[in-house]
Design a protein around this ligand. Structure first.
Ligand code: IVH
Length: 688
């Protein structure tokens, strides 16, 4: 039972929870927010403040979504009703056959059209959410269909998953227990960002959004899951206290009213031909969804008929998944070339005979690295199967070995940088081959392109082509040269006219007041992606504060590992880098840092005064230091403004004084617990 605070505080907490949950629903489920992120953050912070002060935390408070400690391993969960799989159909005729089979099985008035529902098939991880007494009680993975894993704390971090079912107009009120099934997935854009961040941090990339979603849910530390932007789409009901829903459309309608996320498209169709029309429409829309879908699921709408039809061992007889044409094609690799990125990594890519895949012409794809080339045994001249999944960058699935003529040529890892000809190196235990030449023009150009990019300093007009041009004319050799460019310089170039030149100069001028987070991302410190840059900006007020930073100080920041810490410290420790930063400042760069105050980690003991008495397990001086380090104040005498008296063995007169003044007394163990607690409120939208 939550503690009961004064009535007005209780009311404010209750209304904040309602308000935040509603705005979370608008944002995460309907994708139609009506307030700004700042307003949302303000509400959230106010709630945290009130909950901390009063100890009153409602069961559906959004703060309950985060903060659970890591687990050793997942507990097993037996599903009350097996989580089945789906039969597949690969052609419209197979779908028609499915319809005929159903009519046959149902007998009787089989001439009549069956009503079907059609929805996209989500390519993610199947999950069962159990609500008891209206509250999200348990979430489990599908596992083998009979038994899955308890991933409740991870699923709670998914903002679109309601923590509570509001009472509603269903006969008999809300169900006492209900199992709701759905799919957890990651959007393609987020998947790409995540992989970019992982590559920056030296971690292996996920193969596809499904693996990324599954890997994120099956994390022992919920903080990691909370850092991944995951979505949920609910499409099925398991055991309910009684069957209250008449049909799939009835159920989906209820889910919507209860603010559950439901499939992006959900339609009912009279008869199989109409259902196939919907399937076609979904297939046409597939690239615009933002998530991966490999098919559409057709279900008999009526739950009564579903029951009559029943299930085979693994699949229900009342549903079928129509699989879309895979976005694959065969083509020939005419060349394997390599490009050099801004960190010097040399990446091989295949050049194909252009081929259309799912309506898009593809002429090259990355081959990632030479280990991958070796593993897939890819050679120049090979015929290969190429896949373009969702709008993910195309990749080579496999080599068609049967088509080999013997004239194919392997391409060994390069010994020299393809851009500058310096020696290429491969470090122990690393897959990447790198060019470590300081002045490598490819790296310089890539660094500048990155610096000026949309998510970087956002200098419109300074994209790949213009960077090439300015570089080739000797006008830019480093970031600082951007700020030395004059309109006349640009006007002298073939691609520029009065308007485009003025626009670019204006964009450069605007970039001078970029935020510290953007700037730190733009300067391309190894391993520092957008998220790490933001975290740094939240913790350091000015750029100069990073000049002498130690790796240890950076590792104190949430989610900052040794690799990032070392890279940041080494970057700022480098005299040349500092010189560049100083030059940038001289050239008029005025970095702003709105993230600092807003996102700074609130220290757990901030605003609290402690007095120590008696014998403590650690030297008093040490304990005082700990308190101060976590933002608290240690005082030697008890007064009305003392927050806590920490009493050890044989406490002195201070204990009596504290009692007299009504100051709370705690043990050393309790103090330690308070020291460990705390951390920042998550910002929205979830950045990682
Ligand atoms: S219905 C008993 N609807 O596909 C019926 N499943 O290949 C099974 N899936 O395990 C669930 N989108 O994880 C259903 N709209 C959808 C779906 C869907 C994705 C998954 C689900 C299932 C798998 C079967």
């Amino acid at each position: 039972m939550p503690k009961q605070p004064p009535e007005d505080i209780k009311k404010e907490i209750e209304s904040l929870v309602k308000e935040i949950n509603y705005h979370g629903y608008l944002y995460y489920v309907l994708d139609a927010p009506v307030i700004t992120d700042e307003e949302f953050d303000r509400l959230y912070r106010r709630l945290v403040e009130l909950e901390e002060a009063s100890g009153y935390v409602l069961p559906d408070s959004p703060t309950r979504r985060v903060g659970a400690p890591p687990l050793e391993k997942f507990a097993k969960v037996r599903h009350s009703m097996p989580m089945l799989s789906l039969d597949n159909a690969f052609s419209h005729d197979e779908v028609r056959e499915f319809d005929r089979r159903i009519k046959r099985l149902l007998g009787g008035g089989a001439a009549e059209d069956i009503q079907y529902t059609v929805e996209p098939k989500y390519d993610g991880l199947a999950i069962e959410l159990t609500y008891a007494g209206g509250l999200l009680d348990r979430a489990s993975t599908r596992g083998d269909g009979y038994e899955g894993e308890d991933v409740t704390r991870n699923i709670k971090t998914i903002r679109g998953a309601p923590l509570k079912i509001e009472p509603d107009e269903l006969p008999g009120g809300p169900p006492e227990v209900i199992d709701i099934r759905g799919e957890v997935y990651m959007e393609v854009e987020e998947f790409r960002k995540l992989n970019r961040r992982r590559e920056e941090a030296g971690l292996p990339a996920f193969a596809n959004p499904r693996n990324a979603a599954a890997g994120s849910v099956r994390q022992l530390d919920p903080a990691v899951t909370a850092g991944r932007k995951l979505y949920l789409a609910c499409y099925g009901v398991g055991v309910s206290e009684e069957v209250r829903f008449k049909s799939q459309s009835d159920f989906i309608g209820w889910l919507k009213r209860m603010r559950f996320p439901t499939p992006a498209v959900f339609e009912t169709a009279e008869g199989i031909e109409e259902a196939l029309q919907v399937v076609k429409r979904i297939e046409q829309m597939r690239d615009s969804f933002g998530f991966e879908t490999d098919g559409a699921v057709i279900k008999v709408n009526d739950f009564g008929l579903q029951q009559k039809l029943g299930s085979k061992t693994r699949e229900p007889r009342w549903a079928i998944a129509y699989k879309f044409q895979a976005h694959v094609a065969t083509t020939r690799i005419v060349d394997i070339q390599a490009s050099v990125g801004r960190t010097g990594v040399i990446t091989p890519f295949a050049v194909f005979e252009p081929v259309k895949i799912g309506g898009v012409t593809v002429s090259k794809s990355t081959l990632h690295n030479w280990d991958e080339i070796k593993r897939k045994d890819i050679k120049i001249g090979d015929t290969v199967v190429v896949e373009r999944a969702g709008d993910v960058i195309p990749h080579v699935l496999m080599v068609v070995k049967e088509k080999r003529t013997g004239r194919e040529r392997p391409l060994p890892p390069p010994r020299h940088c393809p851009a500058c000809g310096s020696n290429a190196v491969r470090e122990e235990g690393e897959v990447a081959v790198k060019c470590i030449a300081l002045g490598c023009p490819a790296q310089v150009r890539e660094k500048i392109i990155h610096f000026a990019s949309r998510n970087g300093m956002d200098i419109e007009g300074l994209g790949e082509k213009n960077v090439e041009l300015l570089y080739s004319r000797g006008l830019i050799r480093g970031f600082e040269d951007i700020y030395r460019l004059k309109k006349e310089d640009l006007l002298a170039l073939p691609r520029f006219a009065e308007k485009s030149a003025s626009n670019m100069i204006a964009a450069i001028e605007r970039s001078k007041t970029a935020t510290l987070a953007r700037f730190l991302y733009s300067i391309g410190i190894i391993h520092v992606g957008e998220y790490a840059a933001k975290q740094l900006a939240r913790n350091f007020s000015r750029l100069e504060d990073l000049y002498d930073v130690t790796p240890a100080r950076i590792m104190e920041i949430k989610q900052m590992g040794e690799k990032i810490a070392n890279a940041v410290s080494a970057f700022f420790g480098d005299g040349k880098n500092k010189e560049t930063l100083d030059t940038l400042k001289r050239l008029g760069l005025k970095i702003q840092n709105p993230d600092f105050a807003a996102g700074r980690r609130k220290l757990p003991l901030e605003g609290m005064t402690f007095v120590l008495t008696g014998t403590l397990p650690r030297p008093r001086k040490k304990v005082e230091e700990l308190i101060e380090a976590e933002g608290g104040h240690a005082s030697s005498s008890v007064s009305a403004s003392t927050s806590y008296l920490v009493a050890g063995e044989n406490p002195g007169s201070k204990l009596a004084k504290a009692k007299e003044l009504g100051v709370k007394t705690i043990s050393y163990d309790e103090l330690e617990k308070m020291l460990k607690k705390g951390g920042p409120a998550p910002s929205k939208p979830n950045l990682f």
